[in-house]
Design a protein around this ligand. Structure first.
Ligand code: NAD
Ligand code: LMR
Length: 345
Protein backbone atom coordinates (compact mmCIF):
# COMPACT_ATOMS: atom_id res chain seq x y z
CA UNK A 1 0.00 0.00 0.00
CA UNK A 2 0.93 3.59 0.52
CA UNK A 3 3.46 2.89 3.29
CA UNK A 4 5.22 0.22 1.30
CA UNK A 5 5.67 2.48 -1.71
CA UNK A 6 6.90 5.33 0.50
CA UNK A 7 9.35 3.00 2.15
CA UNK A 8 10.54 1.82 -1.22
CA UNK A 9 10.99 5.42 -2.32
CA UNK A 10 12.73 6.78 0.74
CA UNK A 11 14.15 4.20 3.10
CA UNK A 12 16.72 2.55 0.84
CA UNK A 13 18.42 5.87 0.24
CA UNK A 14 18.96 6.35 3.94
CA UNK A 15 19.50 2.84 5.23
CA UNK A 16 21.32 0.36 3.00
CA UNK A 17 19.07 -2.57 2.31
CA UNK A 18 19.50 -5.55 4.61
CA UNK A 19 21.26 -8.49 3.02
CA UNK A 20 18.78 -11.19 3.96
CA UNK A 21 15.06 -10.86 3.28
CA UNK A 22 14.24 -9.26 6.62
CA UNK A 23 10.65 -8.33 7.36
CA UNK A 24 9.18 -5.64 9.54
CA UNK A 25 5.57 -5.04 10.35
CA UNK A 26 3.88 -2.71 7.85
CA UNK A 27 1.85 -1.33 10.78
CA UNK A 28 4.99 -0.21 12.61
CA UNK A 29 4.59 3.35 13.82
CA UNK A 30 6.74 5.16 16.29
CA UNK A 31 7.01 8.51 18.03
CA UNK A 32 10.30 10.35 17.59
CA UNK A 33 11.37 13.54 19.40
CA UNK A 34 14.11 15.89 18.20
CA UNK A 35 15.55 18.24 20.85
CA UNK A 36 17.23 21.18 19.13
CA UNK A 37 14.85 20.80 16.19
CA UNK A 38 15.14 24.35 14.83
CA UNK A 39 18.92 24.18 14.39
CA UNK A 40 21.18 23.50 11.45
CA UNK A 41 20.95 19.74 11.98
CA UNK A 42 17.48 19.72 13.51
CA UNK A 43 15.66 21.15 10.48
CA UNK A 44 16.89 18.79 7.75
CA UNK A 45 16.76 15.92 10.25
CA UNK A 46 13.11 16.73 10.91
CA UNK A 47 12.47 16.65 7.18
CA UNK A 48 14.11 13.25 6.74
CA UNK A 49 12.26 11.78 9.73
CA UNK A 50 9.00 13.23 8.38
CA UNK A 51 9.64 11.12 5.26
CA UNK A 52 9.91 7.88 7.21
CA UNK A 53 6.93 5.55 6.88
CA UNK A 54 7.81 4.10 10.30
CA UNK A 55 7.01 7.36 12.15
CA UNK A 56 3.52 8.28 13.37
CA UNK A 57 4.51 11.37 15.38
CA UNK A 58 7.41 13.76 15.02
CA UNK A 59 7.83 15.90 18.14
CA UNK A 60 9.98 18.98 17.64
CA UNK A 61 11.48 20.83 20.61
CA UNK A 62 13.73 23.88 20.69
CA UNK A 63 14.21 26.94 22.84
CA UNK A 64 13.50 29.16 19.78
CA UNK A 65 11.94 29.18 16.29
CA UNK A 66 10.36 25.75 16.44
CA UNK A 67 6.79 26.81 15.56
CA UNK A 68 7.70 27.81 12.02
CA UNK A 69 9.75 24.71 11.40
CA UNK A 70 6.86 22.52 12.56
CA UNK A 71 4.25 24.41 10.52
CA UNK A 72 6.42 24.09 7.44
CA UNK A 73 7.14 20.35 7.86
CA UNK A 74 3.52 19.58 8.72
CA UNK A 75 2.47 20.38 5.14
CA UNK A 76 4.40 17.44 3.68
CA UNK A 77 1.86 14.76 2.77
CA UNK A 78 3.59 11.93 4.61
CA UNK A 79 1.94 10.06 7.51
CA UNK A 80 3.88 11.47 10.50
CA UNK A 81 2.00 14.05 12.53
CA UNK A 82 4.23 17.02 13.46
CA UNK A 83 3.96 18.57 16.93
CA UNK A 84 5.94 21.53 18.27
CA UNK A 85 7.10 22.26 21.79
CA UNK A 86 9.12 25.17 23.07
CA UNK A 87 10.55 26.31 26.38
CA UNK A 88 11.35 24.17 29.40
CA UNK A 89 7.68 24.05 30.47
CA UNK A 90 6.72 22.12 27.31
CA UNK A 91 9.63 19.68 27.32
CA UNK A 92 7.91 17.04 29.47
CA UNK A 93 4.92 16.83 27.12
CA UNK A 94 7.25 16.60 24.15
CA UNK A 95 8.92 13.54 25.66
CA UNK A 96 6.04 11.55 27.16
CA UNK A 97 5.47 8.33 25.24
CA UNK A 98 8.25 8.70 22.68
CA UNK A 99 10.22 5.72 21.40
CA UNK A 100 13.33 7.55 20.22
CA UNK A 101 14.80 10.88 21.37
CA UNK A 102 17.42 12.54 19.19
CA UNK A 103 19.51 15.32 20.74
CA UNK A 104 21.32 17.73 18.39
CA UNK A 105 20.89 20.72 20.77
CA UNK A 106 24.00 22.77 21.40
CA UNK A 107 26.54 25.04 19.78
CA UNK A 108 28.65 23.98 16.78
CA UNK A 109 32.37 24.62 16.15
CA UNK A 110 33.92 27.57 14.38
CA UNK A 111 37.29 27.37 12.59
CA UNK A 112 40.18 26.85 15.00
CA UNK A 113 38.07 25.14 17.66
CA UNK A 114 38.19 21.51 18.78
CA UNK A 115 34.99 19.67 19.68
CA UNK A 116 36.15 19.77 23.30
CA UNK A 117 36.03 23.59 23.13
CA UNK A 118 32.21 23.16 23.02
CA UNK A 119 32.19 21.32 26.35
CA UNK A 120 31.48 24.31 28.58
CA UNK A 121 28.23 25.18 26.82
CA UNK A 122 27.01 21.83 25.55
CA UNK A 123 27.66 19.75 28.68
CA UNK A 124 25.03 21.70 30.61
CA UNK A 125 22.54 21.59 27.73
CA UNK A 126 22.84 17.81 27.39
CA UNK A 127 22.67 17.32 31.14
CA UNK A 128 19.40 19.24 31.51
CA UNK A 129 17.78 17.65 28.45
CA UNK A 130 18.70 14.13 29.55
CA UNK A 131 17.28 14.84 33.02
CA UNK A 132 13.97 15.52 31.30
CA UNK A 133 14.32 12.34 29.23
CA UNK A 134 14.94 10.37 32.44
CA UNK A 135 11.80 11.84 34.02
CA UNK A 136 9.47 11.46 31.04
CA UNK A 137 10.57 8.67 28.69
CA UNK A 138 13.20 6.56 30.47
CA UNK A 139 12.54 3.60 28.16
CA UNK A 140 13.29 5.50 24.95
CA UNK A 141 16.34 5.01 22.75
CA UNK A 142 18.48 8.13 23.31
CA UNK A 143 20.62 9.37 20.40
CA UNK A 144 23.22 11.97 21.42
CA UNK A 145 24.55 14.15 18.59
CA UNK A 146 25.69 17.21 20.61
CA UNK A 147 29.46 17.53 20.82
CA UNK A 148 31.82 16.62 22.29
CA UNK A 149 30.15 13.20 21.93
CA UNK A 150 33.10 11.54 23.73
CA UNK A 151 32.03 13.48 26.85
CA UNK A 152 28.31 14.17 26.36
CA UNK A 153 27.42 10.46 26.25
CA UNK A 154 29.17 9.76 29.60
CA UNK A 155 27.38 12.83 31.00
CA UNK A 156 24.05 11.40 29.84
CA UNK A 157 24.89 8.04 31.41
CA UNK A 158 25.67 9.66 34.78
CA UNK A 159 22.44 11.69 34.69
CA UNK A 160 20.41 8.56 33.94
CA UNK A 161 22.21 6.63 36.72
CA UNK A 162 21.42 9.35 39.25
CA UNK A 163 17.77 9.14 38.23
CA UNK A 164 17.90 5.33 38.59
CA UNK A 165 16.86 4.69 34.98
CA UNK A 166 20.15 4.07 33.14
CA UNK A 167 19.92 1.34 30.53
CA UNK A 168 23.29 1.19 28.74
CA UNK A 169 21.68 -0.70 25.86
CA UNK A 170 19.57 2.34 24.98
CA UNK A 171 22.06 5.20 25.19
CA UNK A 172 23.87 5.92 21.91
CA UNK A 173 26.44 8.46 20.80
CA UNK A 174 25.71 9.09 17.14
CA UNK A 175 28.87 8.31 15.13
CA UNK A 176 27.03 7.35 11.93
CA UNK A 177 28.50 10.35 10.11
CA UNK A 178 31.98 8.88 10.49
CA UNK A 179 30.79 5.71 8.76
CA UNK A 180 28.94 7.68 6.07
CA UNK A 181 32.12 9.66 5.36
CA UNK A 182 34.36 6.59 5.41
CA UNK A 183 32.06 4.80 2.97
CA UNK A 184 31.99 7.80 0.64
CA UNK A 185 35.75 8.43 0.66
CA UNK A 186 36.67 4.75 0.28
CA UNK A 187 34.22 4.24 -2.60
CA UNK A 188 35.64 7.33 -4.36
CA UNK A 189 39.26 6.32 -3.85
CA UNK A 190 38.80 2.70 -4.93
CA UNK A 191 36.14 3.28 -7.59
CA UNK A 192 33.60 1.06 -5.86
CA UNK A 193 29.83 1.08 -6.07
CA UNK A 194 28.90 3.29 -3.13
CA UNK A 195 25.88 1.30 -2.01
CA UNK A 196 28.04 -1.78 -1.35
CA UNK A 197 30.78 -0.17 0.74
CA UNK A 198 30.73 -0.52 4.52
CA UNK A 199 33.64 0.59 6.70
CA UNK A 200 33.41 0.04 10.46
CA UNK A 201 34.59 3.12 12.39
CA UNK A 202 35.47 2.58 16.04
CA UNK A 203 36.77 4.51 19.06
CA UNK A 204 35.14 7.89 19.55
CA UNK A 205 34.06 11.01 17.67
CA UNK A 206 36.93 13.52 17.71
CA UNK A 207 40.28 13.69 15.93
CA UNK A 208 42.44 10.61 16.40
CA UNK A 209 39.75 8.89 18.47
CA UNK A 210 37.88 8.38 15.15
CA UNK A 211 39.40 5.13 13.87
CA UNK A 212 38.20 3.73 10.56
CA UNK A 213 39.08 0.04 10.33
CA UNK A 214 39.85 0.08 6.63
CA UNK A 215 41.13 -3.49 6.74
CA UNK A 216 37.59 -4.54 7.72
CA UNK A 217 35.95 -2.79 4.77
CA UNK A 218 33.26 -4.81 3.07
CA UNK A 219 33.48 -5.85 0.31
CA UNK A 220 37.09 -6.76 0.98
CA UNK A 221 39.48 -4.13 -0.46
CA UNK A 222 43.23 -3.76 -0.18
CA UNK A 223 44.89 -0.43 0.48
CA UNK A 224 48.51 0.63 0.13
CA UNK A 225 50.11 2.12 3.24
CA UNK A 226 49.82 5.56 1.63
CA UNK A 227 46.12 5.07 0.88
CA UNK A 228 45.47 3.88 4.44
CA UNK A 229 47.26 6.91 5.89
CA UNK A 230 45.53 9.37 3.56
CA UNK A 231 42.02 7.93 4.00
CA UNK A 232 42.36 7.61 7.77
CA UNK A 233 43.48 11.24 8.11
CA UNK A 234 40.71 12.49 5.80
CA UNK A 235 38.01 10.62 7.74
CA UNK A 236 39.40 11.88 11.07
CA UNK A 237 39.57 15.43 9.74
CA UNK A 238 36.29 15.48 7.78
CA UNK A 239 34.36 17.45 10.40
CA UNK A 240 37.08 20.11 10.38
CA UNK A 241 37.04 20.11 6.56
CA UNK A 242 33.38 21.20 6.72
CA UNK A 243 33.94 23.67 9.58
CA UNK A 244 36.67 25.37 7.53
CA UNK A 245 34.61 25.40 4.33
CA UNK A 246 31.68 26.97 6.20
CA UNK A 247 34.14 29.56 7.54
CA UNK A 248 32.34 30.51 10.75
CA UNK A 249 28.80 29.57 9.72
CA UNK A 250 28.85 26.30 11.66
CA UNK A 251 29.73 22.65 11.10
CA UNK A 252 28.25 19.71 9.20
CA UNK A 253 24.45 19.89 9.23
CA UNK A 254 23.14 18.27 6.03
CA UNK A 255 25.39 15.20 5.99
CA UNK A 256 24.83 14.97 9.75
CA UNK A 257 21.07 15.05 9.30
CA UNK A 258 21.40 12.32 6.68
CA UNK A 259 23.53 10.22 9.03
CA UNK A 260 21.26 10.82 12.03
CA UNK A 261 18.18 9.92 9.96
CA UNK A 262 19.87 6.68 8.99
CA UNK A 263 20.52 5.91 12.67
CA UNK A 264 16.90 6.75 13.57
CA UNK A 265 15.61 4.57 10.73
CA UNK A 266 17.86 1.70 11.86
CA UNK A 267 16.61 2.08 15.44
CA UNK A 268 12.98 2.02 14.29
CA UNK A 269 13.57 -1.02 12.12
CA UNK A 270 15.17 -2.74 15.14
CA UNK A 271 12.18 -1.78 17.32
CA UNK A 272 9.88 -3.16 14.62
CA UNK A 273 11.61 -6.54 14.79
CA UNK A 274 13.98 -6.43 11.83
CA UNK A 275 16.56 -9.08 12.83
CA UNK A 276 19.36 -7.70 10.67
CA UNK A 277 20.22 -4.18 11.87
CA UNK A 278 23.83 -3.22 12.49
CA UNK A 279 25.28 0.25 13.12
CA UNK A 280 28.45 1.76 14.57
CA UNK A 281 27.72 3.83 17.67
CA UNK A 282 29.49 5.15 20.79
CA UNK A 283 28.17 3.13 23.71
CA UNK A 284 29.08 1.73 27.11
CA UNK A 285 31.13 -1.28 26.18
CA UNK A 286 33.47 -3.95 27.48
CA UNK A 287 35.36 -4.72 24.29
CA UNK A 288 38.32 -2.54 25.35
CA UNK A 289 39.53 -1.33 28.75
CA UNK A 290 37.62 1.95 28.20
CA UNK A 291 34.11 2.32 29.68
CA UNK A 292 32.71 3.76 26.42
CA UNK A 293 33.81 2.86 22.93
CA UNK A 294 32.29 3.18 19.47
CA UNK A 295 31.95 -0.02 17.52
CA UNK A 296 29.53 -1.93 15.39
CA UNK A 297 26.56 -3.26 17.34
CA UNK A 298 23.53 -5.34 16.50
CA UNK A 299 20.36 -3.43 17.31
CA UNK A 300 17.18 -5.10 18.50
CA UNK A 301 13.92 -4.24 20.25
CA UNK A 302 15.75 -3.62 23.53
CA UNK A 303 18.57 -1.57 22.07
CA UNK A 304 22.08 -3.01 21.78
CA UNK A 305 21.66 -6.75 21.37
CA UNK A 306 25.34 -7.50 20.94
CA UNK A 307 28.60 -5.66 20.46
CA UNK A 308 30.66 -6.84 17.51
CA UNK A 309 34.05 -7.24 19.17
CA UNK A 310 35.43 -9.16 16.18
CA UNK A 311 35.97 -5.87 14.32
CA UNK A 312 38.82 -4.85 16.63
CA UNK A 313 40.41 -8.31 16.50
CA UNK A 314 42.88 -9.24 13.79
CA UNK A 315 43.43 -5.65 12.70
CA UNK A 316 46.54 -4.41 10.87
CA UNK A 317 49.60 -3.13 12.70
CA UNK A 318 48.66 0.43 11.64
CA UNK A 319 45.17 0.04 13.12
CA UNK A 320 46.43 -1.65 16.28
CA UNK A 321 48.84 1.23 16.92
CA UNK A 322 46.13 3.82 16.22
CA UNK A 323 43.80 1.98 18.60
CA UNK A 324 46.38 2.14 21.40
CA UNK A 325 47.16 5.78 20.58
CA UNK A 326 43.56 6.97 20.85
CA UNK A 327 42.91 5.48 24.28
CA UNK A 328 44.47 8.22 26.41
CA UNK A 329 42.49 11.03 24.76
CA UNK A 330 39.23 9.08 24.77
CA UNK A 331 39.69 8.10 28.42
CA UNK A 332 40.31 11.74 29.34
CA UNK A 333 37.18 12.93 27.52
CA UNK A 334 35.04 10.23 29.17
CA UNK A 335 36.38 11.11 32.61
CA UNK A 336 35.80 14.81 31.99
CA UNK A 337 32.13 14.10 31.25
CA UNK A 338 31.70 11.87 34.30
CA UNK A 339 33.36 14.48 36.56
CA UNK A 340 31.10 17.25 35.20
CA UNK A 341 27.94 15.24 35.82
CA UNK A 342 28.98 14.39 39.35
CA UNK A 343 30.28 17.76 40.51
CA UNK A 344 27.00 19.49 39.70
CA UNK A 345 24.87 18.04 42.48
P1 NAD B 1 22.86 24.97 15.60
O1 NAD B 1 23.39 26.06 16.45
O2 NAD B 1 22.53 25.27 14.18
O3 NAD B 1 21.54 24.37 16.25
C1 NAD B 1 21.48 24.02 17.61
C2 NAD B 1 20.06 24.19 18.07
O4 NAD B 1 20.00 23.79 19.44
C3 NAD B 1 19.54 25.62 17.99
O5 NAD B 1 18.31 25.66 17.29
C4 NAD B 1 19.35 26.01 19.44
O6 NAD B 1 18.25 26.91 19.67
C5 NAD B 1 19.10 24.68 20.08
N1 NAD B 1 19.31 24.64 21.52
C6 NAD B 1 20.28 25.22 22.25
N2 NAD B 1 20.08 24.98 23.57
C7 NAD B 1 18.99 24.21 23.64
C8 NAD B 1 18.28 23.63 24.72
N3 NAD B 1 18.68 23.77 25.99
N4 NAD B 1 17.19 22.89 24.44
C9 NAD B 1 16.78 22.73 23.15
N5 NAD B 1 17.40 23.26 22.11
C10 NAD B 1 18.50 23.99 22.36
O7 NAD B 1 23.92 23.77 15.67
P2 NAD B 1 23.99 22.46 14.74
O8 NAD B 1 24.84 22.74 13.57
O9 NAD B 1 22.64 21.91 14.57
O10 NAD B 1 24.86 21.48 15.69
C11 NAD B 1 24.33 21.01 16.91
C12 NAD B 1 25.32 20.15 17.66
O11 NAD B 1 25.60 18.95 16.92
C13 NAD B 1 26.69 20.80 17.89
O12 NAD B 1 27.11 20.53 19.19
C14 NAD B 1 27.60 20.09 16.89
O13 NAD B 1 28.94 20.10 17.29
C15 NAD B 1 27.01 18.71 16.91
N6 NAD B 1 27.35 17.86 15.76
C16 NAD B 1 27.61 16.55 15.98
C17 NAD B 1 27.89 15.70 14.95
C18 NAD B 1 28.14 14.24 15.19
O14 NAD B 1 28.65 13.56 14.30
N7 NAD B 1 27.78 13.68 16.33
C19 NAD B 1 27.92 16.20 13.63
C20 NAD B 1 27.64 17.54 13.42
C21 NAD B 1 27.36 18.37 14.50
C1 LMR C 1 31.42 16.50 12.56
O1 LMR C 1 32.12 15.49 12.64
O2 LMR C 1 31.13 17.03 11.48
C2 LMR C 1 30.82 17.07 13.82
O3 LMR C 1 31.34 16.46 14.95
C3 LMR C 1 30.91 18.56 13.87
C4 LMR C 1 32.31 19.06 14.05
O4 LMR C 1 32.52 19.91 14.93
O5 LMR C 1 33.21 18.65 13.30
Amino acid sequence: GRNASLRAAVAPRIVPKAKSGSQISPQASYKVAVLGAAGGIGQPLGLLIKMSPLVSELRLYDIANVKGVAADLSHCNTPAQVLDFTGASELANCLKGVDVVVIPAGVPRKPGMTRDDLFNINAGIVKSLVEAVADNCPEAFIHIISNPVNSTVPIAAEVLKKKGVYNPKKLFGVTTLDVVRANTFVAQKKNLKLIDVDVPVVGGHAGITILPLLSKTRPSVTFTDEETEELTKRIQNAGTEVVEAKAGAGSATLSMAYAAARFVESSLRALAGDPDVYECTFIQSEITDLPFFASRVKLGKNGVESVISADIEGVTEYEAKALEALKAELKGSIEKGVAFANKQQ
